[in-house]
Design a protein. Structure first.
Length: 226
């Protein structure tokens, strides 16, 4: 897929909190991509040098939103996604290692034919791990995904889309509305673990997983909020 084959507008949204070591490479790869129309990076009140690294990427594609208060991933993305003139959103975490053009293409390519409304990339967890993730045995909470903007507009007002609930709510919406989700394994793509990034990483990881499973539970016992 390239610019001559598609006139679709694809907006990349990257939420960032204290990712000074990885964010520049992530944004450089996104900027190099011929299929990304614009990049909106949300600095979620980082306390390290993330904002400096973000500003070091010179690009006409790049728009920076800098928050004074840390709001969390879901709210950061919702702020970036308001009132856009775009066809598809591409979500990407700021702590990725080895993000390549081929990974971006892998996620976006399935959207071309119009039959798939959401596509996600799964990091390579090995033969056994890949099987369990692709077949839905583990929660599909990967941050790398692309979806039609209209889907996000329908879902973003759901009160459960907060904290780490964004991916869970999107998955639930697609399941309820019988919208197929394309899942693709992305070779060599890695993510910096919270336990390696921050001193309180273990606590933050436990908090994330608690919120994920709580959101899954609430979606099962509540009437849908779409």
């Amino acid at each position: 897929m390239n610019e001559t084959k598609s006139k679709l507008k694809i907006t990349a949204i990257v939420p960032v909190f204290n990712e000074e070591k990885t964010i520049k490479n992530v944004l450089t790869t996104l900027n190099r991509s011929k299929i990304i129309y614009e990049i909106i990076v949300v600095n979620d009140a980082s306390t390290d040098k993330s904002l400096r690294e973000i500003k070091s990427v010179k690009s006409k594609k790049l728009k920076i939103i800098s928050l004074k208060k840390n709001l969390g991933k879901s709210d950061a993305i919702k702020i970036a996604a308001k009132n856009l003139k775009t066809d598809f959103l591409f979500f990407c975490d700021g702590d990725l290692i080895n993000l390549r053009d081929e990974h971006i293409n892998q996620i976006i390519e399935p959207l071309k034919n119009g039959k798939i409304a959401m596509s996600m990339g799964l990091r390579d967890y090995g033969l056994v791990g890949n099987f369990f993730y692709k077949n839905g045995f583990f929660p599909l909470i990967a941050g790398e995904r692309a979806l039609h903007y209209s889907i996000f507009r329908n879902v973003m007002k759901n009160p459960l889309m907060k904290g780490y609930g964004l991916e869970v709510v999107l998955n639930d919406y697609c399941k309820r509305n019988k919208i197929p989700i394309y899942k693709n394994i992305m070779k060599c793509l890695k993510q910096t673990l919270k336990t390696k990034k921050w001193k309180n990483g273990a606590y933050l990881l436990a908090k994330e997983m608690f919120q994920v499973f709580l959101t899954i539970l609430l979606l099962k016992i509540k009437i849908k909020n779409y």
